[in-house]
Design a protein around this ligand. Structure first.
Ligand SMILES: Nc1ncnc2c1ncn2[C@@H]1O[C@H](COP(=O)(O)OP(=O)(O)OP(=O)(O)O)[C@@H](O)[C@H]1O
Ligand SMILES: [Mg+2]
Length: 280
């Protein structure tokens, strides 16, 4: 087990109540975990517990334990945990502060005590995998939104973390930027075997690519399971204001009319089922 969250509750120093309540969660190596929940449900707070920012840098009342590869985050530095768990935030601008794309990726590496050749190798790899080759000397603020977010991901990836935690990485991007970043995340998980923990409102994407989804409500995990199991709970998701994938909505209607047995189908499966039903 790569990450184990045991009975974690957290209350910010100035928080009114607990932002996380008795969270229990295990994340396996290579897994793709999606996190859903309304605004204020605790998604970002949970992400901050995975690399020790909570409780080390953000103070409050922390109960329970988080283990990352067996290290208890309470007893391990954020610097050490960051070599295992890479965290990418919502707004790429807040993570970019160097003069060129290459310097941005090199920045975190220089503190790891790697030799120059290894640093160069990692920069080349991170540029290639994020599709930023050729932009080495660009000034980061001049990049498009999608490129900036891919650069933020490249800088974190260059540290070779085993887990990538992404907190709404596409929320500030235009449709093309969103598509670029989501394709990159799929590739990192399916081809590079990197464990992914992703907070993302694109439920169509999670239905197709996540292995498991948790749904948070007021700091608690209220649903957990394979995407298909979670998206069967159309009423709970609606109540929380979570977007129901279009294919699930259609399947839900067809199930109510006795035409389909299953609700949670991704688009491809739904099209196939409809083809069979209509014998096209
Ligand atoms: N620094 C802080 N101090 C006090 N309370 C906080 C702080 N940060 C977040 N909270 C509270 O903790 C709860 C969970 O917030 P969090 O940011 O984790 O939610 P979220 O699910 O990420 O929401 P969003 O979808 O808006 O990003 C909210 O009630 C929020 O007001
Ligand atoms: Mg958040």
């Amino acid at each position: 087990m790569l990450i184990r969250v045991e009975d974690v509750s957290f209350r910010y120093s100035r928080g009114k109540g607990y932002s996380l309540k008795n969270i229990n969660l295990k994340v396996r190596r290579g897994e793709f975990l999606g996190i859903l929940g309304a605004s204020g449900s605790g998604k970002s707070t949970l992400c901050l517990t995975f690399n020790g920012i909570i409780p080390h840098s953000i103070k409050g009342e922390f109960k329970g334990n988080v283990y990352v590869k067996g290290y208890n985050t309470k007893e391990t530095s954020v610097a050490k945990l960051s070599t295992i768990v890479g965290l990418v935030l919502q707004n790429p601008d807040s993570q970019l502060f160097n003069m060129t794309v290459e310097e941005e990726i090199a920045f975190g590496l220089e503190n790891l005590g790697l030799d120059t050749e290894e640093i160069k190798r990692r920069i080349r790899w991170a540029l290639r995998i994020t599709g930023l080759e050729g932009l080495e000397n660009e000034f980061p603020p001049n990049l498009s939104g999608g490129q900036k977010q891919r650069l933020a991901i490249a800088s974190v990836l260059a540290m070779r973390p085993e887990v990538l935690v992404l907190d709404e990485p596409t929320s500030q991007l235009d449709p093309l930027g969103k598509e670029q970043v989501l394709s990159l995340i799929t590739l990192l998980n399916k081809e590079q075997g990197i464990t992914i923990i992703l907070v993302e409102h694109n439920t169509e994407y999670l239905l197709s690519f996540a292995d498991r989804i948790i749904v948070l409500d007021k700091g608690e995990i209220i649903l957990e399971g394979k995407p298909k199991q979670v998206f069967e709970e159309v009423d709970v998701l609606r109540r929380l204001g979570i977007k129901i994938p279009a294919s699930v909505k259609i399947a839900h209607e067809l199930k109510n009319r006795g035409i389909l047995k299953e609700v949670a189908l991704d688009e491809k499966e739904l099209v196939n089922k409809l083809k069979i039903l209509t014998k096209i």
